[in-house]
Design a protein around this ligand. Structure first.
Ligand code: SF4
Length: 350
């Protein structure tokens, strides 16, 4: 599958039936989960897209592109309910074919309208009743065990809304990782949080058993940070640098990642330069096209999706830098970079 086609479908979406989908929540949601060209793909479902899934293949209008596509089937663990009556599907979701993802704390101290990241819908899925506000370690362990046993899950992503304490959510992540690994020893788990004020939390997360960590800045451009992530922008870039470096020291090179969104008004050349610097310090820059999701402030305000040409160029350049550094998303073993479904980097060789 060409990088151009993969980027096009990531931005324009597809017409497809996808039983596994997310309507909102943390990360680039509002999509259906498919296996496209043999790899997991989280693609917006768009009834107006020129791309269609038909007869197990991807079509552009009347042209069969020869890319095999299957919908991810509804996992069996979605039919289960915890002893205290919570459907497993509200505790963790299947992403792609084999990734279990959960938002341990579904609220964020930065979700007031003035502070909220403009692309985020973390509390919308909570309002819609699709999830619960806080998942207990015991619930996560129960769901992870079932998802691995019944549906062949191979890695887990644990993110969190930012909490008010100086650990910024790391405490609850550490407890959750410990519980999951007691139930499923050896499952690769990635944790995602803001830079904790006390960097020793990074060691705590590693000692709890996490395989990889995502510390997501979303943009390296201070102007863009101020406009798109006004609450998070109060955490200075120097704090991210310190957290990334400490995370690489603790977790190792290429076990640390950050999201970089394309299409927030940044200079594409500067984005690639910034990605090169991150790669140089051992951090995987997960370059993802911005998605103006329903329920986000950006969606409400009609922010446009990025240009496919720019996303393709940035993706190809960053993938080339990753290849030159010998870093692949798969080597993270767990997390968004290892999954790759929200980006085109893997198709481009990163
Ligand atoms: S890249 Fe991350 S958010 Fe996207 S489907 Fe994979 S695990 Fe989920």
């Amino acid at each position: 599958m060409s990088v151009g086609t993969r980027v096009d479908v990531a931005i324009m979406g597809v017409r497809a039936d996808a039983p596994v989908r997310r309507a909102g929540g943390a990360g680039p949601s509002d999509d259906g989960h498919l296996i496209m060209g043999g790899a997991g793909a989280a693609i917006p479902l768009n009834p107006d897209s020129p791309y269609i899934v038909r007869d197990g293949s991807l079509w552009l209008g009347e042209t069969d592109l020869g890319v095999p596509v299957q919908a991810v089937r509804r996992p069996r663990f979605y039919d289960l309910v915890t002893a205290d009556g919570v459907p497993y599907e509200k505790i963790a979701k299947l992403h792609g074919a084999d990734v279990l993802a959960t938002t341990v704390v579904q609220t964020c101290v930065r979700y007031g309208e003035a502070d909220r990241c403009r692309f985020c819908t973390i509390e919308e899925s909570l309002r819609a009743g699709a999830t619960v506000a806080a998942k207990t370690p015991a619930q996560l362990a129960e769901v992870a065990e079932a998802a691995v046993r019944l549906d062949g899950v191979r890695q887990m992503v644990m993110t969190t809304g930012t909490t008010s304490g100086p650990d910024r959510g790391a405490r609850v992540l550490a407890r959750s990782v410990r519980a999951v690994l007691e139930a499923v020893p050896g499952l690769p788990v990635q944790v995602q949080c803001e830079p904790p004020a006390d960097l020793s939390w990074i060691t705590t997360l590693k000692e709890a058993g996490a395989t990889a960590i995502g510390i997501h800045i979303e943009s390296l451009d201070e102007r863009v940070r101020g406009r798109w992530t006004p609450g998070k922008a109060a955490v200075p870039r120097a704090a991210y640098d310190a957290a990334w470096d400490e995370a690489v020291r603790v977790f190792g090179r290429n076990r640390v990642s950050t999201y970089l969104l394309v299409g927030l008004g940044e200079d594409p050349g500067e984005l690639v330069e910034g990605a090169a610097e991150l790669i140089g310090r051992g951090v995987y820059p997960f370059v993802v096209p911005f998605r103006p999701m329903k329920g986000s402030l950006a969606g409400r305000d009609g922010a446009p999706a990025p240009s496919p040409r720019v996303v393709r160029e940035v993706t190809e350049q960053v993938a080339a830098l990753l290849r030159a550094a010998g870093m692949t998303g798969a080597d993270q073993r767990a997390g968004c970079a290892a999954c790759g479904a929200c980006a085109a980097l893997a198709v481009a060789g990163g």
